[in-house]
Design a protein around this ligand. Structure first.
Ligand SMILES: [Zn+2]
Length: 257
């Protein structure tokens, strides 16, 4: 029996999986991955995330509008999101943040990000943060929102050790995806060395970012096992220990009993 682990950021709500959920859930179970966060990103993704959690055990849900979909986040969507967040499967808000890699208007991104951070503060829900080519602005907005009070994680971390340190100083967690397994990801690997073991999370971000040895293939939730194997080797600890520690961290952050 493989060690048990927790994929803290996955998109079974994506078209890549949604019509064949049992296959991917079964395969994850075979690899010991018995717990997952299904993370929303737009209206349909949010609705599907809830439907998945109502269908399978061990699934937790985060709901939100990611930066690319920020222009769709209007007043009616905010009202709907607020209602959906009352569902018992929900453990947080996300993924939300800023992404300057694509050309989504920055003002719309900031407006949606700020509104969802306010909601997190109001409802006392931890947040999952998507930050791409936008570390300084994400940091400033999290600090201004008082993230220390409701908690959060930088998902699929792509910064360096100094970036990791300033988010740690805000009381946040750092989540590593398959990117940390790539040979050329030296800055991210250096960052992993300075994050205390009780602040590390692991994730797949499936269907994207498959870890070594599946780099370039379609990712899936079970592959968080390979992120753990690789990262544990970097940290010179046993994979089972890293799996147990990151699961405990996830339960603490999302207040899962
Ligand atoms: Zn994601």
């Amino acid at each position: 029996m493989p060690f048990k682990s927790y994929d803290t950021h996955t998109h079974l709500n994506d078209d890549a999986f949604y019509n064949d959920l049992s296959t991917y859930v079964d395969r994850a179970h075979e690899l010991g991955v018995t717990e997952m966060n299904i993370v929303g990103y737009d209206a349909q993704g949010n609705q599907r995330a809830l439907a998945i959690a109502h269908q399978f055990p061990g699934m937790h849900v985060l709901l939100g509008f990611q930066p690319e979909n920020a222009p769709e986040f209007n007043a009616p969507e905010l009202a709907k999101l607020k209602m959906q967040l009352a569902d018992a499967a929900v453990v947080g808000i996300g993924e939300i943040g800023l992404d300057y890699h694509w050309d989504t208007p920055v003002d719309a991104q900031m407006k949606a990000f700020a509104a969802q951070l306010s909601l997190a503060r109001e409802l006392n829900l931890p947040v999952v943060i998507h930050a791409r080519d936008a570390m300084d602005d994400v940091y400033a907005m999290l600090k201004a929102a008082g993230v220390e009070q409701f908690g959060g994680v930088i998902h699929s971390f792509t910064g360096d050790a100094a970036d990791a340190q300033r988010f740690l100083d805000l009381g946040m967690y750092i989540s590593f995806s398959g990117i940390v397994t790539f040979k050329n990801a030296k800055d991210i690997q250096a960052a992993a060395q300075i994050v205390p073991l009780d602040r590390i999370l692991v994730e797949t971000d499936a269907p994207f970012l498959a870890p070594t040895p599946y780099r370039g293939k379609q990712n899936e939730p079970g592959y968080v096992k390979y992120v753990i194997d690789n990262l544990a080797a970097q940290l010179q600890i046993e994979p089972a220990e890293l799996a147990a520690q990151t699961t405990a961290n996830a339960h603490r952050l999302w207040r899962i009993k």
